[in-house]
Design a protein around this ligand. Structure first.
Ligand SMILES: NC(=[NH2+])NCCC[C@H](N)C(=O)O
Ligand SMILES: [Mn+2]
Ligand SMILES: [Mn+2]
Length: 343
């Protein structure tokens, strides 16, 4: 065995936490947080592309599929400016929050497949109910920290972070249907990776609260490894806190993941995203992972396949798949065969 391998083995033996080998999968066929048709079919598309089987290939991983969240379709409109389909977003996230909390209480990593990024409200709310000391890594081209007042689109998928953090609660009007969600999560426990399309007031919020935000230019300067190490160090210097990763597929360069509603060029390579998730996996503290904004209805067949494959690879890395390969379970030698000299 070479020296690098020996060194890495020793490193991983020193890790304080062992990755949880049990995961619970939740599908959220919801797309009313944005305007395009198609994000809601992503859970079905990922399942039929063999997601569960692929996850089960990961050494020792126990995968339980909790099925899809019930998503309401009819709504009574409410009187809130510049915030489309709030009652639907609210109802879906309320169910999702409970489901995520249940999966975590069952002792599993909560793996949620969206859906658009408005579902981050439910996943983080549910996670916070179980682990109040959680930290949140938002991997995205966008900051998703608009209020209805600062948003240029009126789409809730650009607002989940602002809905979640308690420091911004005074910047919202009263939101009918949202009484179930009381923002308690602190913006001090938030970090960003991959930003490159940030609206003006979003930038203001990031600076005001000094959120560790590694935009693409920072990743260019430091590399993905140091970037995530910095964020983790800032949010949790002791290295004890449960980690929630909300991964927007548009954090990847749009050449890597074209089938998404708000693609932006100049993003993470798939290799960087896989490395990012390998590092987070190695902490042993990943407790929730969201994969959002895959839209199989956008682009051609090859775009769709590439995007789904990219999403799956990122998720596999998060859950312990190793690019070095894995040895067969419980086996320590190559299969011996009988030598027939007559053959
Ligand atoms: N989850 C996403 N893809 N969000 C895109 C948000 C784009 C823009 N910042 C907005 O507020 O609408
Ligand atoms: Mn997003
Ligand atoms: Mn995005």
């Amino acid at each position: 065995m070479n020296l690098v391998r020996v060194f890495l083995r020793n490193m991983s033996q020193q890790a304080k936490y062992q990755p949880l080998k049990r995961v619970g999968l939740i599908g959220v066929p919801f797309e009313k947080g944005q305007k395009k048709y198609g994000v809601s079919v992503a859970p079905a598309a990922l399942r039929s592309a063999g997601l569960i089987e692929r996850l089960k290939e990961i050494d020792g991983l126990d995968v339980k599929d909790y099925g899809d969240i019930e998503v309401p379709s009819s709504e009574r409109p409410v009187d809130v400016d510049n915030m489309a389909h709030l009652p639907l977003v609210s109802a879906c996230n309320k169910n999702l929050s409970d489901k995520v909390a249940q999966v975590l209480k069952d002792g599993r990593v909560a793996v949620t497949i969206g859906g658009d990024h408005s579902i981050g409200v439910g996943t983080v709310d549910g996670h916070y109910k179980v682990n109040e000391n959680m930290i949140l890594i938002w991997v995205d081209a966008h900051a998703d920290i608009n209020t209805n007042k600062t948003s240029e689109s009126g789409s809730v998928h650009g607002m989940p972070v602002a809905l979640l953090v308690k420091e911004l609660s005074d910047y919202w009007p009263y939101l009918p249907t949202m009484d179930w969600q009381v923002p308690k999560f602190s913006i001090k426990n938030l970090g960003y990776i991959g930003l490159r399309s940030v609206d003006k007031y979003e930038r203001l919020a990031i600076e005001k609260y000094d959120v560790p935000a590694f935009a693409m230019e920072d990743i260019e300067d430091y590399g993905i490894h140091k970037s995530i190490e910095h964020v983790l160090q800032r949010l949790d210097p002791e290295g004890n806190k449960p980690i929630h990763v909300s991964f927007d597929i548009d954090s990847l360069d749009s050449l890597e993941a074209p089938s998404t509603g708000t693609p932006v060029r100049g993003g993470l390579t798939l290799r960087e995203a896989i490395k990012l998730m390998e590092i987070i996996h190695a902490t042993g503290r990943l407790r929730a992972f969201d994969l959002v904004e895959i839209n199989p209805a956008l682009g051609n067949d090859s775009d769709r396949k590439r995007t789904i494959e990219a999403g799956m690879s990122v998720m596999m890395a998060a859950l312990g798949f190793s690019r070095r390969g894995m040895t067969p379970r419980g086996v320590s030698d190559l299969p011996v065969q009988t030598y027939h000299k007559d053959k």
